[in-house]
Design a protein around this ligand. Sequence first.
Ligand SMILES: [Zn+2]
Length: 332
Amino acid sequence: STVGTCDKTHQSPYSGSRRNCSKASPYIVQPTIDTRRVMRGLVNNGLVCATNSVLQCLYATQEYRDTLSHEKYNTNNGTVPGELHRLFRALANQTSDSACDSMPCVIALVTCMYATPQVGVMDDADTVFKCSLVALADAGDPACKELSELWMIKKKEKFTCSQCKTERVMNTVASDITVNPTQEPLTCLQEYMNTYSESYTVTDCYCNVCKRDTELSVVTTFVELPRLLCVKIARVRTSTRDKSVTVYRNTANVRFAARLCCNNLLANAQYELYAVVLHTGDPVTGHYSAIVKSDQTWMYVSDSFVRPMGMHFSFDKIGTTAYMVLYRRTPQ
Ligand SMILES: [Zn+2]
């Protein structure tokens, strides 16, 4: 067996500074058993492993492939839909097994993310993902807007004043469910979801109705769960003290399985795993990679390195590094 490594010294596209973001991958990957070429990797010319991993997950999402493959997006040069179209077409072209160039997509996304592109910064995969959703929502194209809303979780939050019992209801949306392994022991995602709640109490509030200091109880109900569900395991915590920022990374082993039942949130909400963004190493200089289901085969992709996970692959092996876990709702 071989050990997957990120094969490039990452060079920032903005500053020209070099930083080696990669360590040897901890995943023991089976030698190629299946000689069918089912996936192409993405070139990493500098600190783009987060974007590359998210792009592979978007490509693994059938709806994204179906919609963005349409020829009408071929004209939108430099836009996110246009560059996704060209990248997806390159990834689908299996006459070559060389890695594809993701840089036009990276630049299109970075242009959306920052007013002035940041220098020598590795992006967070979650930021890249959310940015891609915003870019598609704002593209002025109904089909792209639909793609961005495939992840939308609709909630209703009810705020109640503990003194005068006045209620206020607010409709909210989110693009993921964020679980925090530092708040309480989180060892099994399904068990966590079985008791998951976004209801809480806010102390030290002032009520405009009864004009008193009070506590607010917030009860959140899930109104609609999406076709595509992103569960983000918030492993990174930032603490600012004495003007210095410390970044902690939680490496708790979170067991998860190919299926996730969210009936605790809403009836008939069953999901099946299809992609995972992984993060290894420390939060600033670590490395992103992904595991995606491609033609019923689980593939490990780390920039240009692509291998099938092999027959002995189990999700237990990625419990400490899984960062964004992507599920598809199964028919009822
Ligand atoms: Zn009140």
